[in-house]
Design a protein around this ligand. Structure first.
Ligand code: ADP
Ligand code: MG
Length: 697
């Protein structure tokens, strides 16, 4: 049965015994299929190798020749060794240098024929000759057939491990691809491949490992060849099929219909010092519509910092309370939970609702009340659902997301028997590609308008040299009766870093501005203390509030018009955006000064630049994703998503959208994939270990 071959253990392939199988396992290769999907990390064009004499400086090149001499150089003083090998190809000599790999003297002996790949340099002092630092090397053994595997073609280069050389691995792959690439059944509907002009699986596997000479080398190396795109599409499609099934399953589940008469909601609405924006109204309606149905809601609210997401979430909680159910609001950190708690308690206690805070440090305290149903709203950290908190009748869970709460945790929540409605909020916007993946199982509501009267915040990047100008700015704002935030990355200076810290900063400001009222707030203070400081600041009795990032959320003082961020180069983009969102809330002009201490890296420079040039949170989120790359945000463990090995949501955004469209359409048409058994198998493999997501599918 040819279909079984892909799952065969790699050990039974010709040339692989138990020992080699053991080595391959370290690369994650257990089966023939694993090997077929173990892709080269780069490709070399060896159709016409250049002679050393004709190499160009500064570019990656590949040469072949004989090693004519080697030596090990020890750098004086430091314990540092350089292995040098001189290569002759008949046209000129080239020196390969490897740092701290003295064992290479044995691997690359004089007389051996090798292929080197690396960036070509001149000799550092003489400015002539040819050198390569730490080139990739491949030893050519005589008698080996080199005509069609290792030479005279575009050659794949794989990451290998001790116990197998690149060349041995390539030979093995050549054999496996030749004999078995056709044995993996193509699970994809041919119509789909045709529509997106993607090659079949067999052709794809053949070409992605051993491409024909006319395939574009640069596309291959960027993983953008049509064959790479086919494999990326496969991954995205499997991901989206899973999400589509998950979403469909959620919809079908039984839940609690929350249909409040609306008295509590409208009295709350009337008690607000503002009117909801049209965007808020629309999103609230979307939420209440969902919650009115006897199926659990799973919805993501997106909106920029300050667009008024919290109020909407709170109103959903009120609707839940009005129907006699409890709600929970979960934040990613204790401080965030506490800020929400203080804000919400302030707003709802006057209408007679009972709110409590459950965090790691004040655990047990409210468990009984919650279990008895004596509490309407529970605010806490994510551990609320993981630990033993039992609700009497949980109707709604609001998750204040921050990318930390993935598909898996959401499904955990569902398994708490009751199937509550789930509302997810993100602190700052997230890019569309992430919304389609990490949050791809959720419905989506967008608050696309800011409350009226928000002022754009002028953002300036300052070198510490211009400290005096900063002080001048502070003096002017306070003289006008405005208030100022000064944000530090740390509370206390530590011996290890030269970070300016809030405690020292406060003292310095007290010296600089003896007549100003200077306040201090940080995460190590007691809740009550922080609350007192905030009340004082709100009342206008503090001019300059020195703090750490604890003011990141929920702080709302329209009279504060200037923010100084010290060591702005240390902060992440979404954090900077969230911090800046604390000002520009009133009708006065506001400014944010980013004080950055050089030297800082390229990423930091891009972040700072982005803050200066952009104010739209969605644009900033896109930039953040560009800078950080998808890996960090798409972190598997956090998100509970299957690994993407080939697909890259940044590079292949177009494929992602197409795959989503097609996957959702397919699930609409054939919810059990009964006409596509191969696709079903593939889906199970892809979502492996997360099968509960797809159980009833
Ligand atoms: P987000 O969580 O989206 O960043 P918040 O919900 O914290 O924003 O709201 C920011 C501030 O704007 C809060 O002080 C809130 O009371 C206020 N706010 C919310 N909606 C409106 C509105 N429609 N008009 C005026 N102010 C509003
Ligand atoms: Mg908020």
């Amino acid at each position: 049965m040819p279909n079984d071959v892909p799952s065969h253990s790699i050990q039974y392939i010709k040339g692989v015994g138990p020992q080699r199988a053991h080595v391959l396992r370290r690369l994650g290769i257990e089966s023939v299929r694993d090997a077929l999907f173990y892709l080269p990390y780069r490709y070399e064009d060896r159709t016409a190798l250049k002679k050393i004499a004709s190499l160009s400086y500064g570019s990656p090149e590949t040469v072949a020749g004989t090693i004519i001499s080697t030596r090990i150089i020890r750098t004086p003083g430091r314990n540092f060794q350089i292995f040098e090998a001189v290569l002759n190809d008949g046209s000129a000599l080239l020196t390969g240098k490897w740092f701290n790999q003295p064992f290479l003297k044995k691997t690359l002996p004089v007389g051996s024929t090798v292929i080197l790949h690396g960036i070509v340099k001149k000799h550092p002092y003489w400015g002539i000759g040819f050198e390569m630092d730490n080139p990739d090397y491949e030893i050519v053994t005589s008698g080996e057939d080199t005509s069609c595997v290792h030479m005279n073609r575009i050659v794949p280069v794989y990451r290998v491990t001790a116990g197998i050389s690149v060349r041995q691995f390539r030979s093995l792959m050549f054999h496996i691809v030749q004999s078995h690439s056709g044995s993996v059944a193509d699970p994809f509907p041919p119509s789909l491949l045709e529509k997106y002009r993607l090659p079949g699986l067999r052709e794809t596997l053949n070409s992605v490992h051993f491409p024909a000479h006319d395939v574009d080398l640069h596309l291959l190396n960027r993983r953008e060849s049509i064959f790479h795109r086919r494999l990326s599409f496969d991954e995205f499609f499997m991901l989206q099929l899973g999400l589509a099934l998950l979403k469909k399953k959620n919809r079908a589940e039984r839940g609690i219909a929350v249909n409040p008469a609306g008295t509590l909601l409208s009295s709350f609405r009337n008690s607000l010092p503002f009117r909801l924006t049209d965007a808020q109204d629309r999103v609230l309606r979307e939420i209440l519509d969902d919650m009115g149905k006897p199926h659990p809601m799973h919805r993501l609210i997106q909106g920029d910092v300050g667009s008024g997401k919290t109020v909407i979430a709170l109103m959903a909680m009120l609707a839940t309370a009005e129907c006699g159910y409890q709600s929970a609001l979960m934040a990613p950190t204790e401080i965030l939970a506490e800020q929400h708690y203080l804000n919400i308690r302030h707003m709802v206690e006057r209408i007679g609702l009972r709110v409590c805070l459950v965090t790691g440090s004040r655990k047990e305290r409210h468990h009984e009340e919650i279990a008895r149903g004596d509490v309407d709203m529970v605010i806490g950290t994510h551990s609320l659902i993981q630990e033993g908190v039992v609700f009497r009748r949980l109707g709604l869970a609001v998750i204040d997301e921050q990318h930390r709460f993935g598909v898996m945790q959401r499904s955990l929540l569902r398994r708490k028997a009751v199937n509550p409605h789930v509302l997810v909020m993100t602190a700052t916007p997230i890019p569309r590609t992430l919304a389609l993946t990490v949050f791809g199982d959720l419905d989506y509501s967008l608050i696309d308008r800011m409350p009226p009267g928000r002022q754009p915040v002028k953002t300036l990047l300052f070198h510490p040299d211009r400290r005096e100008t900063v002080y001048e700015n502070i003096r002017e704002e306070v003289a006008k009766g405005r208030q100022v935030y000064v944000v530090y990355p740390a509370i206390e200076e530590s011996g290890k870093t030269d970070l300016r810290a809030a405690l020292t900063g406060k003292k310095a400001f007290e010296r600089l501005f003896p007549s100003f009222r200077i306040g201090l707030m940080h995460g190590k203070m007691k809740t009550e203390e922080r609350e007192r400081i905030m009340t004082t600041f709100k009342a206008g009795d503090i001019d300059v509030l020195v703090s750490t990032t604890v003011i990141e959320v929920g702080v709302d003082v329209p009279n504060a018009t200037l923010m100084i961020i010290i060591h702005a180069e240390r902060f992440g983009l979404s954090q900077l955006h969230q911090l800046r969102g604390r000002i520009g809330r009133g009708h006065h002009e506001s400014a944010c000064i980013l004080l950055a201490y050089p030297p800082y890296g390229e990423d930091a420079r891009r972040r700072l630049e982005c803050m200066v040039s952009k104010s739209d949170g969605f644009a900033i989120a896109e930039e953040d994703l560009q800078i950080r790359g998808p890996g960090e945000l798409f972190g598997t463990k956090q998100s509970g998503m299957p690994d993407l090995k080939i697909g890259n949501i940044l590079r292949d955004g177009d494929l992602l959208s197409a795959a989503r469209r097609e996957a959702f359409a397919l699930i609409e048409e054939d919810p059990t994939l009964s006409t596509y058994p191969l696709l079903r198998n593939e889906l199970e493999r892809f979502w492996e270990g997360r099968r509960e997501l797809l159980e009833t599918a």
